[in-house]
Design a protein around this ligand. Structure first.
Ligand SMILES: Nc1ncnc2c1ncn2[C@@H]1O[C@H](COP(=O)(O)OP(=O)(O)O)[C@@H](O)[C@H]1O
Ligand SMILES: [Mg+2]
Length: 346
């Protein structure tokens, strides 16, 4: 009996990729089939080679072909990774800005970090994934914006808004504040996926993500599904805040995610009175962030002073680092330099 290619194709239609609810032939996963006598070689394309489905499908292909053509045939299955450029292929570094709880200044840090990275010459986008409190649109003065939908290669894609040279998308463009609490789990994940992969981010050096605070399912799924280059932790100096952020850090560092923790940013670190620019008052205490950094083996990337202008400019839609040469802006400029250095080490 000579085995024909079409027979192999037909047999492979019995191999189902359960997560995708279809067979591997109709999913266009077969890159090549070659047959030499009783030897069949199949090359199968996977989106990711570390997908647990790779092993399952591998075994299933061998079993199916032996069932079909006899136990004496040799089956050589070669899984290969899909190298067609993905929607985020133009994005060099995805940086997640995380915190243990809300209110520590995570969004403020994400926004100002994006601005200072851009000021240092990088191409930057910011994605506001904080379902429970999307605030990036206000901070960038685009809260009334409506991202356009355009067609690209037969697919509808979202165009990020742009301000100050930074590309911006937010879950806040799609959810009204009074609906936010209902947006848990799968809805939030769906929206996030669209903002990540059905959007035209183009070429970016950094995509800064304002992640939801804490360690719930949403955070876990988001962190699992994307190739996050590293995470930056935001905390305030109080002990309680550092305890929360420790939990978050452990989640991102756990084995199945292994997202590198690039450093800690201590926000609302100290206060400089206007009339005494050389004085620093550590109103929330000192030391807790350093202990956390030591314990986690992380660097402190910077300390941001408390400054009423931070909220004023945030509310007006202009991140502070954009508009002045304050201590806050300087701190962020230094953080951008350090962050780039940490990323370069990865
Ligand atoms: N360094 C700072 N100095 C003064 N106010 C700040 C500072 N950082 C954040 N804020 C203010 O604190 C509030 C919470 O910050 P936000 O960035 O929204 O926190 P989160 O995203 O963690 O909930 C905002 O009103 C913000 O303007
Ligand atoms: Mg926020």
């Amino acid at each position: 009996m000579t085995i024909k290619k079409q027979q192999v194709v037909d047999a492979l239609k019995q191999v189902i990729f359960f997560a995708k609810k279809d067979n591997i032939v109709d999913l266009n996963m077969i890159q090549d089939i070659s047959i030499k006598g009783k030897e069949i070689k199949v090359i199968i394309i996977f989106e990711k080679l570390d997908d647990p489905a790779v092993g399952i499908i591998y075994n299933s292909v061998v079993k199916t072909l032996k069932n079909e053509f006899g136990d004496d045939i040799t089956v050589d299955v070669k899984p290969v990774a899909d190298d067609t450029p993905g929607p985020l292929s133009g994005v060099k570094n995805i940086i997640a800005v995380i915190s243990g709880k809300g209110g520590v200044g995570k969004s403020t840090v994400a926004a100002n970090l994006a601005v200072s990275l851009a000021k240092s010459g990088s191409k930057v986008g910011i994605l506001d994934a904080d379902v429970l409190g999307p605030s990036v649109p206000i901070m960038f003065g685009v809260e009334d914006g409506q991202p356009k939908v355009v067609e690209k290669k037969g697919k509808a894609v979202l165009l990020p808004l742009e301000n100050f040279g930074i590309k911006i998308l937010s879950i806040g463009f799609f959810v009204k504040p009074d609906q936010a609490l209902m947006w848990r789990g799968s809805m939030a994940n769906n929206a996030f996926n669209q903002l990540m992969t059905d959007s035209d981010w183009g070429e970016l050096d950094f995509l800064v993500i304002d992640m939801p605070p804490g360690t719930g399912d949403i955070q876990l799924t988001l962190a699992q599904n994307y190739n996050i280059r590293g995470a930056v932790l935001v905390t305030t100096p109080q002990k309680v805040a550092t305890a929360d952020v420790r939990r978050a850090a452990m989640m991102y560092r756990q084995e199945k995610l292994m997202i590198p923790l690039l450093g800690i940013i201590e926000n609302m670190s100290y206060f400089i009175p206007d009339d005494m620019p050389d004085k620093k008052y550590y109103v929330f205490g000192q030391g807790a962030s350093d202990r956390l950094a030591n314990e986690l083996g992380m660097k402190i990337l910077g300390r941001i002073p408390i400054d009423a202008k931070v909220s004023e400019t945030g509310d007006k839609g202009m991140p502070l680092s954009l508009v002045d040469k304050s201590a806050v802006s300087k701190a962020f400029a230094e953080i951008a330099v350090k962050l780039k250095a940490e990323v370069a080490k990865l």
